[in-house]
Design a protein around this ligand. Structure first.
Ligand code: PHE
Length: 336
């Protein structure tokens, strides 16, 4: 085709164009009165009939194609100065920005903080890298005591430093600086060196609670924890308190709620037990008071450590704790 070359030239030039002004000039060059097309058109009359028909067709096609290309380019570069509104289609729906959202554990932590705040608890915090004193010794777990086996952890190179195995050291840190009466919670990340499965991870979240006053009993604890669960799950829950052992509480107990995923039948999240262990708890051990220079004859208190991951699992019916740290967007986006 005679016009092939012209078409190629046009396409090449179009690529370099960025403004409506340049585009107008190009339109003039290729379709205007002084364009090559206009020249060819003016020669048509001298051609024989057959050639004239063929050429006429080609010219029409070229014109149509050129007009279409120019229109498209005009839309691409915005076409703001076109009389027909150019590239702006006000009816096109706006683009949605991708918004971030909170992790399910963060959502649950904030909700728990809110409920405990209403019950008069203050929020305290402590470091994730702890020292042996706060994580163990002051909690009545001396070196070489077999109870340390319950909290195997990651030790740092610097002697005596470790990744905290629970939030209980925050009890110590808080009581070192504040005198009773006191009511605190301390949510935060903890670490343990252990095998992972559907209900265990090497890093997880606890919410510590501590209430110290002149006259605090285990029944106060029971009332508070029940109130919390009922506010949190917004319904009646089945609660069970069993005797247990922790070096820093005496007596100690374990708080279970009936598994909400299987409703007590047994599933992977509750290790087929029908009950889920939600918290360890007990009455503050006299040695803990002594470690923070409080007289155990003057003060009494309860403490508890609740698994925030488990709480989240129960709330949203998630049957594998490992989902929280997999970064699988199909899972995480359900909480936006
Ligand atoms: N710190 C304990 C744990 O790691 C939980 C706990 C906290 C128990 C406070 C009693 C009192 O399991």
């Amino acid at each position: 085709m005679v016009l092939d070359e012209l078409k190629n030239e046009l396409e090449k030039e179009l690529k370099g164009i960025n403004s409506e002004k340049e585009l107008k000039a190009l339109e003039k060059k290729y379709l205007g009165k002084k364009s090559k097309i206009a020249q060819i058109l003016s020669c048509l009359k001298d051609m024989d009939i057959k050639q004239r028909i063929k050429m006429g067709k080609e010219i029409n096609e070229f014109k149509k194609k050129t007009e279409a290309l120019i229109k498209k380019k005009s839309l691409d570069i915005g076409g703001f100065d076109r009389k027909d509104g150019g590239g702006i289609d006000v009816t096109v729906p706006g683009k949605n920005f991708l918004k971030g959202h909170l992790h399910p554990i963060t959502l649950v932590t904030r909700e728990a903080e809110e409920i405990f705040s209403k019950l008069g608890f203050e929020i305290a915090q402590g470091p994730e890298i702890e020292d042996e004193k706060h994580n163990f010794d002051h909690l009545n777990i001396p070196q070489d005591h077999p109870a340390r086996d319950m909290w195997d952890t990651f030790w740092l190179k610097k002697k005596g430093l470790l990744l905290r195995t629970h939030t209980s050291p925050v009890q110590i840190r808080y009581m070192e600086k504040n005198n009773p009466p006191l009511r605190i919670i301390a949510p935060g990340r903890c670490f343990r060196y252990e095998a992972t499965d559907a209900s265990h991870e090497i890093n997880f979240y606890h919410l510590e609670g501590l209430m110290v006053d002149k006259n605090v009993s285990a029944s106060n604890f029971k009332a508070i924890i029940r109130k919390f669960f009922e506010e949190f799950f917004k319904k009646q829950i089945k609660l069970r308190i069993r005797p247990s052992y922790f070096p820093f509480t005496e007596p100690s107990f374990e708080v279970d709620i009936q598994c909400m995923i299987c409703k007590g039948k047994g599933c992977s999240a509750c290790s087929q037990r029908g009950w889920i262990e939600m918290a360890g708890a007990g009455m503050v051990h006299p040695n803990v008071f002594k470690a923070v220079k409080l007289n155990p004859n003057d003060w009494q208190g309860f403490a508890f450590g609740m698994g925030l991951d488990r709480l989240t699992m129960m709330k949203y019916k998630i049957d594998d704790i490992r989902m929280f740290f997999k970064n699988d967007l199909r899972f995480l986006e359900q909480f936006s």
